[in-house]
Ligand binder design. Structure first.
Ligand code: FAD
Length: 225
């Protein structure tokens, strides 16, 4: 994000206001929580998982849900991992894999108890610093827990160690995050119109970082920008 902002700021046509909350949007003006007013021809509100507050005021309830994930990161592995790794459970969660094979997997191959309980898959990728980022769980029922649960971490560690054929380095970070996911079938992101020149756009789910540039381009095309 800092690199993208620096690139855009260099054009002289972009300003980033950190640490501020948009509170009202009306008549083509956004007012923030310091009372600053930003006049605009077009307002695109991308609130992420903040489905209440301003988002609800603008568009009411839209077809999105919040999803909470647990992940972790290890110390450097000490060797190069030449590919990203996923386990068989990842087939269970993505519509792209739907078909007779997946039905068979779901019907015949029972998932490990902890993996089923936390709707888990193993995703593992090496970072530039050599550590591994490893996930994840999926929690859909709110209110979400405030703490992170140890059982999924133990499951991820044992699956990763089995696939890598070696012990994992120590875990140095654990975290949980929440994203917004569109629940409209066939929709990759939810775009809801609040007024002639105001749109709320959210719900890319667990692929928003990957899809972000394409979603931005598609949004610009849809708005004939
Ligand atoms: C643990 C975890 C792992 C993930 N892994 C991946 C992955 O591997 N690949 C991938 O592609 N995606 C991944 N994602 C999903 C990805 O992070 C999201 O899809 C993406 O961040 C969504 O982008 P966004 O800009 O719509 O929302 P966000 O990134 O959530 O940004 C919205 C921002 O708007 C701010 N905001 C809300 N309301 C206001 C307001 N009124 N005024 C001012 N600011 C406001 C919020 O504070 C937030 O900073 C992951 C998500 C999580 C939580």
């Amino acid at each position: 994000m800092p690199a993208l902002r620096a690139y855009m700021e260099a054009t002289g046509r972009y300003t980033f206001y950190a640490g501020t909350e948009a509170r009202t949007i009306s008549g083509g003006a956004v007012v923030d929580d310091r009372g600053r007013r930003f006049d605009a021809d077009l307002v695109l509100v991308c609130p992420g998982a903040a489905h209440g507050g301003l988002t609800r005021e603008l568009v009411g309830d839209i077809p999105v849900r919040r999803v909470r994930l647990q992940m972790m990161q290890t110390a450097p592995l000490g060797e190069s991992l030449t590919t990203a790794i996923a386990d068989g459970d990842s087939f269970r969660y993505y519509p792209g894999f739907a078909g007779p094979e997946l039905n068979r997997l779901n019907g015949e191959e029972s998932q490990a108890f902890t993996a089923a309980q936390h709707k888990m898959q193993l995703l593992c990728v090496q970072r530039l610093h050599g550590g591994l980022t490893i996930g994840d769980t999926h929690e859909y029922d709110e209110p979400f827990a405030f703490d992170v649960d140890e059982a999924p971490y133990e499951h991820l560690t044992s699956v990763a160690e089995e696939l890598l054929g070696r012990k994992l380095p120590p875990v140095v970070r654990r975290w949980a995050g929440v994203y917004s996911q569109s629940i409209d079938p066939g929709t990759i992101v939810t775009r809801a119109r609040a007024a002639d020149n105001v749109w709320v756009i959210t719900g890319p789910g667990g692929r928003g970082m990957t899809l972000g540039p394409a979603l931005g381009e598609e949004t610009a095309d849809l708005l004939h920008l």
